[in-house]
Ligand binder design. Structure first.
Ligand SMILES: NC(=O)c1ccc[n+]([C@@H]2O[C@H](COP(=O)([O-])OP(=O)(O)OC[C@H]3O[C@@H](n4cnc5c(N)ncnc54)[C@H](O)[C@@H]3O)[C@@H](O)[C@H]2O)c1
Length: 369
């Protein structure tokens, strides 16, 4: 399979994303090319990745002095304390700015290792090898790194770009279906907010992603998603304007996840899927979007049996809790809830255009759930 290369141009550094089956074989050569000063590599791995890929990565790094460490990717790994411990251990091993840290794992490992890379000697080369569909289409692009605080998720962090991203499709073979759905939620989001052609492609090919794990369709969808995300993040690196559109469905999702205490009952992608439908239903009620558009979107949900309603997860009496958490979302700047709504497939409202009071939102949620 031909490996696709996307060049990302940022204010500080440019880097490439390689996407394809076999992309991992480029690792050794690409490190030499992008980080020629590297002598030592800290290899930080997700414990759950199949052994054969761990071996492949280690083989690709055989020319370097490798210090490797594995973590179980639980949300509580993303803590300031754990980041500090890893930084201290790399300092003891005399890692310099010219050396590299390679992360192999999903968004938890990527966010954590990206953050550590950004603070170690004020920034060491960071190479990301995302191994979940979500991390390949979302968290590995855009430079957001971070850890959690007792006060909330991702509240401590930095914007720090990687030197290189390698998205190996073979990783997706062993990924649990629920994790695949998480990535699909973000893929669908990009099509809804900016790319009608891509939406039509997904309408035809969603089963090839979710059931067949067809490599060609996965490669196309990951590439298209990355390009869409790059469009927003390169125009708004520090998230002050257009990048907010990426938040479509996510304010609802944060409320849903928080109201269920971030339990396994509903995961992030499932919450995003429901959140995007709630946002579209609200858009129809506000006459911003046609009912036909809503039905078109719902067809993809039905065809793939994707979560589409709050009722499966919450009692009606708990809906208010969701709104209470939506109100304290870090993207609101006053008492109102700031939402991105849909006008039609490929077009949303602008950031700040639609704001709703928590009281109104509670009333509406009873109707659109
Ligand atoms: N930085 C950003 O812009 C950004 C964007 C979205 C999400 N995030 C963050 O990403 C995290 C979620 O990332 P995620 O969805 O990738 O989850 P994750 O990192 O928790 O991985 C999900 C599960 O899949 C397992 N796994 C990973 N690769 C595997 C493989 N190839 N085969 C089998 N199992 C595998 C992991 O061990 C884990 O159990 C959250 O912490 C979220 O805050 C960050």
């Amino acid at each position: 399979m031909r490996i696709h290369k996307i060049k990302v141009k940022n204010r500080e550094i440019d880097y490439s994303i390689f996407i394809g089956s076999g992309a991992l074989s480029l690792l050794g050569k690409q490190i030499k090319y992008t980080c020629p000063q590297t002598k030592k590599v800290a290899l930080i791995l997700d414990k759950n990745i199949p052994g054969q890929y761990k071996k492949k990565v280690k083989r690709a790094l055989s020319g370097y002095k490798v210090y490797s460490k594995e973590y179980l990717p639980k949300e509580n790994l993303k803590s300031f304390k754990n980041a500090g411990l890893l930084v201290e251990s790399l300092l003891q091993k005399k890692f310099n700015r010219g050396d590299s840290i390679v992360a192999v794992g999903g968004g938890i490992i990527g966010d954590f290792v990206g953050f550590v890379s950004s603070i170690l000697k004020r920034g060491i080369n960071f190479i990301n090898i995302p191994s979940t569909l979500l991390s390949q289409v979302d968290s590995s692009v855009g430079g957001k790194t971070g850890v959690n605080s007792k006060e909330g998720k991702n509240l401590i962090g930095s914007f720090y770009q990687p030197r290189l991203v390698i998205s190996e499709l073979a990783f997706l073979k062993s990924l649990p279906k629920r994790e695949l759905v998480c990535g699909f939620a973000e893929i669908l989001k990009y099509s809804l907010i900016r790319d009608k052609k891509f939406f039509n492609y997904l309408k035809k090919n969603s089963k090839k992603i979710l059931e067949e794990r067809n490599l060609k369709v996965l490669k196309n969808s990951i590439t298209r998603s990355c390009k869409n995300k790059i469009y927003f993040v390169t125009r708004d690196e520090k998230e002050s304007g257009k990048r907010m559109l990426l938040n479509f469905g996510h304010t609802f999702a944060h409320g849903i996840e928080a109201a269920s205490n971030f339990s396994r009952k509903i995961n992030h992608g499932e919450a995003v899927l429901i959140g995007m439908l709630l946002a579209t239903r609200l858009s129809v009620r506000k006459r911003l979007c046609s009912n036909y558009t809503l039905k078109e979107i719902e067809k993809i949900y039905k065809a793939n049996n994707l979560p589409s309603s709050l009722k499966k997860y919450f009692l009606k009496k708990d809906f208010n809790k969701i709104v209470d958490f939506m109100r304290i979302d870090k993207k609101n700047y006053d008492n109102k809830i700031n939402l991105i709504l849909l006008k039609k497939i490929g077009k949303t409202t602008n950031p700040g255009d639609f704001r709703i009071s928590p009281k109104q939102m509670k009333e509406v949620l009873k109707k659109i759930n």
